[in-house]
Design a protein around this ligand. Structure first.
Ligand code: PLP
Length: 423
């Protein structure tokens, strides 16, 4: 229990705290399922560390060209083990999820090829990479064409429509697991598998790539276990466990990882180069802690769904739904309430709690202004408790993360307190 004095210090009225604690009690059964998944993933990670004999010398650093970085190479083997893939590229030189996805797409595609997205509109920054939104150096700029198949009205994959959209020049099918800035169903690993099986049945040559951002460790298996050739994500989201200061990963088939590596570095260099500049220890420790950090984030998301959903706000997914990513949407329906929600999340942060977030023109998110609440240890790390939203109808907050469940809970209480809507 939090004492009255501390609640006052945090600016959380007792009525808010009482209401939220009641909601927490109602969630106990839902939390048990989340804990079981975390346990399975913790065991999987530990087994991978032990099999690859992770040792203190792997935390050493390299500089310059980074030849023979044993820590880096072993970490890649550990990632490949966890994802059950032939190979992995896990690098601090991959700056973010967009960069890792861009590297994978440019690595695999050549002029004249077509990229087909099987999950509807891709994440905002990817639209620039692909050239849906004109950007210098996009895939379109290099003569790579694009097509997309929408999810069904229920938000489910449509494998038949994907197969019907395949052309002789289709080279890669992209599947985005999480919702991005859309209020849609997040794809379960099983549902991703249904798309891949349909594609491979008619065209085994096509590369199936999954944008795994925000989905890692929310289930006990990853999409590479249901046939994905490549799976891509960011280390300042789930798999960095809040400790990785930078990085992205690409896991999958050996021949494809080679193609991605020469795109990241240079033809002829590939995986051989890439110094780790002292970050290995954080990448290992972050990966080790990731199952329990993801558990905290999923509990926080479910809790927010319960707290705001029971007050009448539209929340997606609902509190009882099984999760496939860490993102929770809360539809505020009003720009002022949306700003207050984000203000509350920011005010509950361990860092920069005194700052007021305001909407701005964020690079890569062409169009609407974006408001972001993130009082972070690692700049922009959305595995830490954060909320962001494009300032457009119907004013939906996308919140995610929390390094600990206890902090996530306080963050949600503070958002509610700042909105000042509890009657
Ligand atoms: C976060 C995210 C990305 C990549 O974003 P970065 O900010 O570049 O790491 C890509 N796809 C989805 C679905 C995401 O959620």
């Amino acid at each position: 229990m939090i004492s009255k004095a501390i609640l006052t210090a945090l600016g959380i009225p007792e009525a808010v705290s009482d209401y939220c604690h009641q909601k927490e009690r109602e969630l106990r059964p839902a939390f048990q399922h989340i804990e079981e998944i975390a346990e399975a993933n913790q065991a999987k990670v530990l087994a991978a560390f032990q099999k690859h004999r992770v040792s203190e010398n792997h935390f050493e650093t390299t500089t310059g060209y980074g030849y023979n970085d044993l820590g880096r190479d072993t970490l890649e083997a550990v990632f490949a083990e966890i994802f059950r893939t032939e190979d992995a590229l896990v690098r601090p030189q991959l700056i973010c999820g967009t960069h890792a996805l861009s590297t994978a797409l440019f690595g695999c595609l050549r002029a004249g090829d077509e990229l087909l997205y099987a999950s509807g509109e891709p994440y905002d920054t990817l639209q620039g990479v692909i050239g849906i939104r004109p950007e210098m150096g996009s895939l379109a700029d290099y003569g790579i064409t694009y097509n997309q198949v929408e999810l069904t009205p229920e938000g489910l994959p449509d494998p038949e429509a994907v197969v019907a959209a395949l052309k002789p020049q289709t080279r890669l099918v992209g599947i985005q697991r999480s919702k991005g800035y859309l209020v849609r169903h997040t794809l379960a690993v099983d549902e991703i598998g249904s798309i891949i099986r349909a594609v491979k049945a008619v065209r085994p040559d096509i590369i199936c790539m999954v944008d795994n951002c925000y989905g890692e460790f929310t289930e006990a298996i990853e999409s590479t276990e249901v046939g994905a050739d490549l799976c891509v994500g960011s280390l300042i989201k789930n798999l960095g466990g809040g400790l990785a200061p930078i990085g992205g990963y690409i896991v999958g088939r050996h021949d494809l990882i080679e193609r991605c590596a020469v795109r990241l570095t240079a033809p002829g260099l590939g995986k051989e180069q890439g110094p780790t500049l002292g970050v290995n220890r954080s990448l290992y420790q972050g990966l080790f802690e990731a199952p329990s950090v993801v558990e905290a984030a999923v509990k926080t998301a479910v809790f927010a769904a319960k707290v705001f959903g029971d007050m009448g706000f539209a929340v997606y997914p609902g509190p009882e739904e099984v999760r496939h990513d860490i993102v929770q949407t809360v539809t505020l329906g009003d720009p002022k309430l949306l700003e207050k929600f984000c203000e509350g999340i920011q005010a509950a942060s361990p860092v920069d709690s005194f700052v007021t977030p305001i909407p701005w023109d964020m690079p890569g998110y062409g169009g609407a202004q974006v408001i972001m609440a993130a009082g972070n240890f690692i700049s922009g790390a959305t595995i830490e408790l954060s909320a962001d939203a494009p300032m457009r109808e119907p004013y939906v907050a996308f919140m995610q993360g929390a390094l600990t469940w206890e902090h996530g809970k306080i963050g949600v209480m503070k958002a509610l307190a700042t909105m000042d809507v509890l009657k």
